[in-house]
Design a protein around this ligand. Structure first.
Ligand SMILES: Cc1cc2nc3c(=O)[nH]c(=O)nc-3n(C[C@H](O)[C@H](O)[C@H](O)COP(=O)(O)OP(=O)(O)OC[C@H]3O[C@@H](n4cnc5c(N)ncnc54)[C@H](O)[C@@H]3O)c2cc1C
Length: 517
């Protein structure tokens, strides 16, 4: 037993790193335990044949000078992470027969939408007003989550009408109330891939918060998303802490409703009176001992489902990609006006109903294309886990036989997905297709094996109204010294998870709250 850690953080995603770095800036020694070989969770990167790909980050909102996210990140990373603005449009929504550039400032986007839907001008104004109100109400929800129980209850009661109206209803319900035009409804909700639950399932609050974060422009971390782990590790080290990789936590130990430390899969026990979990809310519950803890508080959490999974396609290109049609905006390609459809049967259905296509190397001032003009393209298509569950590698997975046969059929599956997505990419970017030198697909199985995400979920728990109304999903738990960090404690997204980590740390070091004021 090693008693010397002020806190143990389970998981080195941006949420865990932010919690650990924040405590380190207050002089606490923190040990971060990560099951994977590399820190960073979904902000890690990987290399293939010299091309470097991000796993879970394409663009970030709210990093303008003086904005809260910027202030928080500068504090955590000592100002060492540089953000490059994405010039012009950050998203380009391509629907059949209509392409809409989403570019800052907000007035430009409003004008774009009104040009495309001139009869709906008043509805578009009402929509932006609703987005502002809902985002502000989400602020109230998170403020309540950070307060002690009675104060939180009082605030939630005072604001109950706004919360029910903006957070308690789905994106589809609110948007349908604002406009009866199904094409405008599709255009306004097309960005749901950014938070992983369909318009019919997601809270309008999360839709508002995420889409609004980009209205003043989007940002990209210079050097790619691995800079978060690199720089926050430095802050953690400066505070006397460390990150240990290949250190899977098998159990959180509890004595008398208070955490006592953790036990690693290797059997090693590490003591601390504070454990912050960035492993996701469901995974955290699985790590707690059964029988010794009153789990009544966690019932709401167990009822929540995971967000959607995705297939990723990573392309290494060589050539004049800008000439071939690549640029710094994300291109969202919808093959029909039904923007809610995901790729339900990717094994038999050759085309995905929607593709998200980004060229991250074009955004990164640190990227060196070299004489071969090397660039990256990252593509995402949303899928259901059920199509992939036969290849589930988790210990309790039933179904397909383990071993070589399963691995061979999984390799075949990945090949098939690579071919289908590459063909679809080629139809939309014909001049870029001949420049593709490398292609590899990932599946929800990949995500589950590398991050432990339940069902390979893209964004942790589904972003439903129930999730945001649950009083249990807050950093502080009823188990003394156990805190939740990351996206499940706040919202999906790199900044949501970072703020989730900071909120957990601020429960121990209240002076950190000032960063979120
Ligand atoms: C394809 C994709 C694209 C995305 N694009 C964007 C984007 O453009 N902008 C944006 O803001 N967000 C984006 N996101 C979302 C963003 O990446 C996530 O919301 C955020 O990184 C989640 O951080 P986290 O710390 O909560 O969780 P994670 O990053 O999942 O970290 C959890 C960590 O815990 C570790 N862990 C789990 N169990 C254990 C255990 N028992 N012991 C030890 N370690 C454990 C895992 O290995 C992992 O490292 C994207 C996500 C995906 C998948």
């Amino acid at each position: 037993m090693n008693e010397s850690w002020d806190a143990i953080v389970v998981g080195s995603g941006i949420g865990g790193l932010a919690a650990a770095a924040a405590l380190s800036t207050c002089g606490r020694r923190v040990l971060v335990l990560e099951r994977h070989a590399q820190p960073g969770g979904l902000t890690q990167t990987f290399q293939r044949q010299g091309w470097r790909f991000n796993v879970g980050m394409h663009y970030l909102g709210g990093f303008g000078p003086g904005e809260t996210n910027r202030r928080v990140l500068d504090h955590l990373a000592g100002g060492r992470i540089e953000m490059a603005p994405i010039a012009g449009a950050y998203d380009r929504i391509r629907l059949p027969g209509l392409t809409l550039p989403f570019a800052p400032p907000r007035a430009a986007l409003i004008a774009t939408l009104k040009d495309a839907f001139p009869r709906e001008a008043a509805a578009i104004d009402r929509y932006f007003d609703a987005v502002d109100r809902a985002a502000a109400t989400m602020g109230t929800v998170f403020m309540a989550r950070s307060m002690p129980g009675p104060l939180a209850t009082a605030l939630a009661w005072l604001r109950r009408r706004e919360v029910a109206r903006w957070v308690g209803r789905t994106t589809r319900e609110v948007v349908q109330e604002l406009t009866g035009d199904p094409k405008l409804q599709a255009a306004l909700t097309a960005q749901w891939i950014d938070y992983g639950s369909r318009p019919s399932e997601s809270s309008f609050g999360v839709h508002a918060l995420v889409t609004r974060s980009y209205l003043d422009g989007a940002w990209y971390p210079v050097g790619g998303s691995q800079v978060f782990a690199h720089e926050l590790r430095r802050t953690i080290g400066e505070g006397g802490g460390e990150i240990r990789t290949r250190a899977e936590v098998a159990a959180i130990t509890v004595q008398g409703q208070r955490v006592a430390g953790v036990r690693l899969r290797s059997g090693e026990q590490i003591a601390s009176r504070c454990v912050i979990s960035d492993a996701g809310a469901h995974n955290t519950l699985r790590l707690l001992p059964s029988g010794e803890v009153d789990y009544g508080w966690a019932e709401d959490i167990t009822e929540l489902e995971a967000s959607t999974g995705y297939v990723g396609l990573y392309l290494g290109l060589s050539g004049d990609v800008a000439q071939g049609g690549a640029d710094t905006a994300n291109t969202w390609i919808y093959e029909s006006w039904d923007v809610s459809r995901s790729w339900d049967d990717p094994l038999n259905q050759p085309r995905a109903p929607a593709l998200f296509v980004a060229f991250p190397s074009l955004r990164d001032p640190a990227h060196e294309p070299g004489p071969q003009k090397r660039h990256t393209c990252e593509i995402v298509a949303l899928v259901n886990w059920s199509a992939f569950s036969p290849w589930d590698r988790s210990e309790d997975a039933a179904g397909m036989a383990a071993g070589a046969a399963r691995e061979a059929s999984y390799a075949e599956l990945k090949e098939k997905l690579t071919r289908s997505l590459l063909a679809q990419f080629g139809e939309h970017f014909p001049a870029l297709a001949p420049m593709v030198q490398f292609a590899e697909a990932s599946t929800p199985i990949t995500v589950a094996s590398f991050t432990g995400a339940e069902h390979g979920a893209m964004y942790g728990l589904a972003t439903t109204p129930q999730r945001f109304l649950s009083p249990a999903l807050r950093p502080r738990t009823p188990i003394g010294g156990l805190l939740l960090a990351g996206q499940d404690a706040c919202t999906p997204g790199v900044t949501g998870a970072m703020v989730g980590g900071l909120m957990a740390a601020a429960n121990l070091e209240p002076r950190l709250w000032r960063l979120l004021r």
